[in-house]
Write a protein that binds this ligand. Structure first.
Ligand code: KIV
Length: 305
C-alpha cells in the first residue's frame, strides 16, 4: 500500500494555472516551495506541492552571493532545466533575474520566453508593482503566465535600504494595494506578498480575485511559499523570522561528512559489503598473465591492511 497521500507521488496530474485558480476558488491553501536542482525538485514534486519556484534566491542559498542581484539568465535557466527534468506534476515557475526585464519590454518578453522554451517552465515570476505592470501585461500577451511579486522585492534591496518589512504605514499599505490591483489587471495569475504585515496581506487577498502567495505575510494569504533551504536548515546565512525550520539538514549533513572522514581515516570504510569480489580462479588467471619476460611471476606488493 502506498504511504503517499492521494494526489502526490510520481505520475500525479499536472498542475496548471487553471488548476491553481480552481483551488483558489475552493478556498484551499496553495503550497509552493523553491527548488534549484533535480533531487530537491523530485522530492518536492513527490510531496505533492502545487508549485515549484526556481527562485532567484538561488543566488544566495546555492551560489553564495550576499543578495539576489548577481544571478544571470543563463544560470537561472541551467537550474530551471534540472528542476523540469525532475518535476512533472507541480506548476513550474521560473524567476526572472535582476536586469532580465527591467531595461525594456521586448527584452523582458524574450527572456520570459526562454524560461518556457529552453527550460520547460510553465510560468515566470517578476518583482515589482505598478512600474512593471505593463511589462507583465506584455509577457502575458505573449501567452506566458506571469506571477507577480510585491512587498519586499529583494532585487530592489539597495533602493529599499535592506531586507525590511514593507507596507507598515498607511501610505505604504495603500501603495501596495494599488500595486496588487495593477498586477491583477495586467493579467498576473498570482501574486507573492513578501514581508508585509499580516492584516495588510489578508486585506489585499480579499480585494483580489487571483491568489496571493505569502512569505512573511501571515496566515491570511491564499497560499504560502518558503525558500526550501530555510525550511531544511541548509542556509547558514541569517534566516528571516518567518522561515519556519522543518529540519536541520545542515547539521545532519555536517555530521555525516565528519563520520565519513573519520571512517576513512580509521580505515573503517569501505568495508567488505561496500567492495566488489572477483572469483578466485579469475584472480589466479589474472596473476598468471602478469609474468615477467623471464617467466617468473611478477612480485605483487601487498598493501598494509
Ligand atoms: O527567489 C525566491 O525564492 C522568491 C521567493 C522568496 C518568493 O522570490
Amino acid at each position: 500500500m502506498s504511504m503517499r497521500p492521494a494526489g502526490t507521488g510520481p505520475g500525479r496530474p499536472k498542475t496548471t494555472v487553471l488548476t491553481l485558480a480552481e483551488k483558489h476558488d475552493r478556498h484551499e491553501p496553495i503550497t509552493m516551495l523553491t527548488a534549484y536542482d533535480f533531487p530537491t525538485a523530485r522530492v518536492a514534486d513527490e510531496a505533492g506541492l502545487d508549485a515549484i519556484l526556481v527562485g532567484d534566491s538561488l543566488a544566495m542559498v546555492v551560489l553564495g552571493h550576499p543578495n539576489t542581484l548577481a544571478v544571470t539568465m543563463d544560470e537561472m535557466l541551467h537550474h530551471a532545466r534540472a528542476v523540469s527534468r525532475a518535476a512533472h506534476g507541480a506548476l513550474l515557475i521560473g524567476d526572472m533575474p535582476f536586469m532580465s526585464y527591467q531595461a525594456d519590454t521586448a527584452e523582458a518578453v524574450r527572456n520570459a520566453g526562454r524560461f518556457l522554451q529552453e527550460a520547460a517552465m510553465d510560468a515566470v515570476k517578476l518583482e515589482g508593482g505598478r512600474r512593471y505592470a505593463e511589462t507583465a501585461r506584455a509577457i502575458v500577451g505573449a501567452g506566458i503566465p506571469v506571477h507577480g511579486h510585491i512587498g519586499l522585492t529583494p532585487q530592489s534591496v539597495n533602493a529599499l535600504g535592506g531586507f525590511r518589512v514593507q507596507g507598515r504605514s498607511a501610505e505604504a499599505a495603500s501603495e501596495l494595494l494599488d500595486d496588487a490591483l495593477a498586477l491583477e489587471d495586467a493579467g498576473c495569475f498570482a501574486l507573492v506578498l513578501e514581508s508585509v504585515p499580516d492584516r495588510l496581506a489578508a486585506h489585499i487577498t480579499e480585494r483580489l480575485h487571483i491568489p496571493t502567495i505569502g512569505i512573511g505575510a501571515g496566515p491570511g494569504t491564499s497560499g504560502q511559499v518558503l525558500v526550501s533551504h530555510d525550511l531544511l536548515g541548509l542556509y547558514d546565512g541569517r534566516s528571516p523570522k518567518f522561515a519556519k525550520r522543518y529540519a536541520e539538514l545542515g547539521d545532519a549533513t555536517r555530521a555525516a561528512f565528519q563520520a565519513f572522514r573519520a571512517d576513512v581515516e580509521a580505515r573503517a570504510f569501505p568495508a567488505r559489503e561496500h567492495s566488489y569480489a572477483m572469483p578466485d580462479a579469475e584472480w589466479e588467471a589474472f596473476l598468471g598473465r602478469q609474468r615477467a619476460p623471464t617467466g617468473r611471476p611478477l612480485r605483487v606488493v601487498k598493501k598494509r591492511s
